[in-house]
Write a protein that binds this ligand. Structure first.
Ligand SMILES: C[S@@+](CC[C@H](N)C(=O)[O-])C[C@H]1O[C@@H](n2cnc3c(N)ncnc32)[C@H](O)[C@@H]1O
Length: 211
């Protein structure tokens, strides 16, 4: 999707993807990754998700990347923190307690900017990208995170009856993106309760451990 699409969604508050509580897939399956409190978790395309706060509460350092300044300002308001704000390369950097969020385009982020990453949590990020961008996204994520272990949440449904985002990802596509760098296991699968925007869909949680 183009940046304008997402800016518009935040401006008009059309953020159906934003959940009121930390995502149960995160809280149940993060423990499958070989990380410990104090480690840094990268959350690409983070929005103003409560998942960020849950991660800090478990003792992790969190690095988020988000296009929308509105989202990030709303996040710090939500957690009652006044972040330190400065400019770094193409980004505005917001720093709070145990969390740094870079406001700008994910594709401009470098390994130097994010620093050492011990794990990645990808919810509503890979699936937010149309097919032609997903390959580039996956490649870039590998490059900036030195293939850190990853928890990935995807949806699968009949893409011919509904357009994304979130887009549908088959197991084959998940493996195409990551198989050559990770041992990938589907840790959980469910039919989306109450459907996905009115469409039957399956939700999967993948645990990806570096080869
Ligand atoms: C579907 S939302 C998911 C947000 C969050 N992960 C959550 O679970 O609530 C996708 C987010 O990615 C952001 N985004 C989209 N394209 C981006 C890009 N190229 N760089 C950085 N952020 C981007 C959007 O502004 C939006 O907040």
């Amino acid at each position: 999707m183009e940046a304008d699409f997402w800016h518009q969604r935040w401006q008009t508050n059309e953020i159906g993807f934003h959940e009121a509580v930390p995502n149960p897939m995160l809280t149940q399956y993060l423990g499958r990754l070989p990380i410990a409190p104090g480690d840094t978790v990268l959350v690409p395309l983070c929005g103003k998700s409560h998942d960020l706060t849950w991660l800090t509460q478990q003792g992790y350092q969190v690095v988020g990347i988000e296009l929308s300044k509105l989202a990030v300002e709303a996040y710090f308001e939500q957690i009652n923190q006044t972040p330190a704000i400065d400019e770094l390369d193409n980004f505005t950097r917001y720093r709070g307690e145990q969390i740094t969020i870079y406001v700008g385009n994910f594709f401009d982020v470098t390994a130097d900017i994010v620093g050492t990453i011990n794990a990645i949590y990808d919810r509503a990020a890979l699936v937010a990208m149309p097919r032609d961008m997903r390959k580039e996204y996956a490649k870039h994520l590998l490059a900036i995170s030195a293939k850190a272990p990853k928890l990935l949440v995807t949806f699968e449904y009949d893409q011919s009856i509904m357009d994304g985002p979130p887009f549908s990802l088959s197991e084959q596509e998940v493996r195409e993106h990551y198989d050559s760098h990770y041992d990938i296991t589907r840790a959980f699968e469910q039919t989306v309760p109450g459907k996905l925007r009115g469409t039957e869909a399956k939700e999967s949680v993948w645990v990806a451990l570096p080869l």
